[in-house]
Structures are given as structure tokens and as C-alpha cells.
Design a protein around this ligand. Structure first.
Ligand SMILES: Nc1nc2c(c(=O)[nH]1)N=C([C@H](O)[C@H](O)COP(=O)(O)OP(=O)(O)OP(=O)(O)O)CN2
Length: 140
């Protein structure tokens, strides 16, 4: 099995805050991440795809095309944005790494499947919020 990967980075701010909780409860659950004006992260994103290598092109998928898909569907929407206010597809959600990566997965899975050839499919998405806090979403 071959997995082809491309890495991306972007900057965004967010606030971990549940509007149905009191300020004290938000502070208790999210700690400093509940701060009124939010805080920023230098996010890193790894996108991995799998499929068969096309014998004519010797490529599983052109990495430039993968990069274009990720920019169009994710990076252009979130880079230098506040995730709680500026991103339509995160509206009404608490932008924890768990929720953020799931929404990224859904968008990329849809766009990669729609260009499917050679059994191409999204294999995994890994999102780093900090050097030490990160999550991986694998296909179920
Ligand atoms: N389950 C989750 N826990 C936490 C999330 C999350 O999205 N899901 N997010 C955060 C904060 O947004 C952020 O990641 C924490 O940053 P920081 O405290 O700076 O964390 P570091 O590990 O980089 O720094 P330490 O110095 O090691 O604390 C928190 N939790």
C-alpha cells in the first residue's frame, strides 16, 4: 500500500468556549483557552492519500493538484482567520482540534472522491495545533 502525503501550514485564532455554559464553567473546562478574545496557533496539516500508481504518468495523484484542493477547500478559508467567527463551515461549532479535523476531513473527502481515479481516496488527515497537541483522522 502506498500513501502519498503533503504538508501545509496556516495561522488562525480561536476560542474554546461553550455559550450554554457559565463563564466559570467555561474557565473550568477550557482553562486559558476560554479567554475572552481567543488566542492564536500556528497550525500544521498533513494530508495523506492512497490509491494506485497510474502506469502512464507514474503518479498516484499529482501533488500539485492535491495542494490546490487543500488550498481551495481549507487553507484559503482558515488562514489568518478567527475560527469562531470567520469560517462558514465551522459556524456554531466549538473549534477544538477534534471538531476542526472532522470538518476538514469531510470537506477533503468530498473533494478528493469527486476527482476519483485509480482508486484514489483520502487516507488520513493529521492536524497539529501546537508542537505537542495534534490529532489524526483515519478513514473508518
Ligand atoms: N481535547 C482537546 N484539548 C485541548 C484542545 C483541543 O482542541 N482539544 N485545545 C487546547 C488549546 O487550544 C491549545 O492546544 C493548548 O495550547 P497550550 O496550552 O499552549 O498547549 P501546549 O501543549 O503547546 O503547551 P504546554 O506548555 O505543554 O501546556 C487545549 N486542550
Amino acid at each position: 500500500m502506498l500513501i502519498l502525503k503533503h504538508n501545509f501550514s496556516f495561522c488562525a485564532s480561536h476560542r474554546l468556549f461553550n455559550p450554554t455554559f457559565s463563564d466559570d464553567k467555561n474557565k473550568e473546562i477550557y482553562g486559558k483557552c476560554a479567554g475572552k478574545n481567543g488566542h492564536g496557533h500556528n497550525y500544521k496539516l498533513e494530508v495523506a492519500i492512497t490509491g494506485q500508481v497510474d502506469p502512464e504518468t507514474s503518479m498516484l495523484f499529482n501533488l500539485q493538484d492535491l495542494s490546490d484542493i487543500v488550498y481551495e477547500n481549507i487553507i484559503n478559508d482558515v488562514d489568518h482567520k478567527h475560527l469562531n467567527f470567520d469560517v462558514l463551515w465551522l459556524e456554531g461549532k466549538i473549534p477544538t482540534i477534534e471538531i476542526f479535523i472532522e470538518e476538514i476531513w469531510k470537506r477533503l473527502d468530498k473533494s478528493i472522491v469527486s476527482k476519483q481515479k485509480n482508486k484514489l481516496e483520502l487516507y488520513s488527515v493529521t492536524l497539529w495545533e501546537t508542537e505537542t497537541n495534534f490529532a489524526t483522522r483515519l478513514r473508518n
